[in-house]
Design a protein around this ligand. Sequence first.
Ligand SMILES: C[S@@+](CC[C@H](N)C(=O)[O-])C[C@H]1O[C@@H](n2cnc3c(N)ncnc32)[C@H](O)[C@@H]1O
Length: 216
Amino acid sequence: MSAAPKPEILAAFEAAKGFMPLGEGLALYAAAAEAAALGLPLLEVGTYCGRSTILLADAARQAGVSALTVDHHRGSEEQQPGWDYHDPETVDPVVGRMDTLPTFRRTLHAAGLEDHVIALVGRSPQVAAVWGGPLGLVFIDGGHTDEHATADYEGWAPHLAEGGLLLIHDVFPVKIDEWTGQAPYRVYLRALESGAFTEVSATESLRVLRRTGTGI
Ligand SMILES: C[S@@+](CC[C@H](N)C(=O)[O-])C[C@H]1O[C@@H](n2cnc3c(N)ncnc32)[C@H](O)[C@@H]1O
């Protein structure tokens, strides 16, 4: 049976600002719990306000491994003022730009998970370039342009240990609307075509792949 979060973790997840629906969240949790058994850190690209981080962090806590989450906290293209996914509450009035870091910290505090998450604040490719260790899980939910999604894949997938899980969010084989890009879908196809990954599951737009080979 798949691992599921306790009611208090689910309540914190549902109370958090963010974009992940419940069904995908449960699939993320189950995958994180499975991958955590490898005894290696779990990494998320795209923290935003910490909604999905709660699930990753709780699964990591249960297994005694670390959860890492990477974000520059300035928002993706579609989250900027004037775009469909913009939330005015995320703008720092002093700087005049988005800053989701304070809300993220409040989210983790409310969930009691501050001690179980390492927040990496920076651009994903720059962080990946200095990261040296193996990972048990990589969850790609950062920028959704081809440039960003490809850089996330190229930067982080090589750090996945054999048997580790690669999760890709917002995989849409069919274009839904002008805001819903297909870069994550193209990255998903690329991962499968590399021969280094085998598909494990699909839940709504969340794909779970297992690293079963080399040649990423
Ligand atoms: C779709 S949101 C993440 C949603 C979050 N996982 C959730 O469950 O609510 C994407 C996030 O990726 C971040 N991001 C986009 N491009 C990035 C990059 N190149 N490096 C770091 N973070 C990036 C944005 O700042 C934004 O917070």
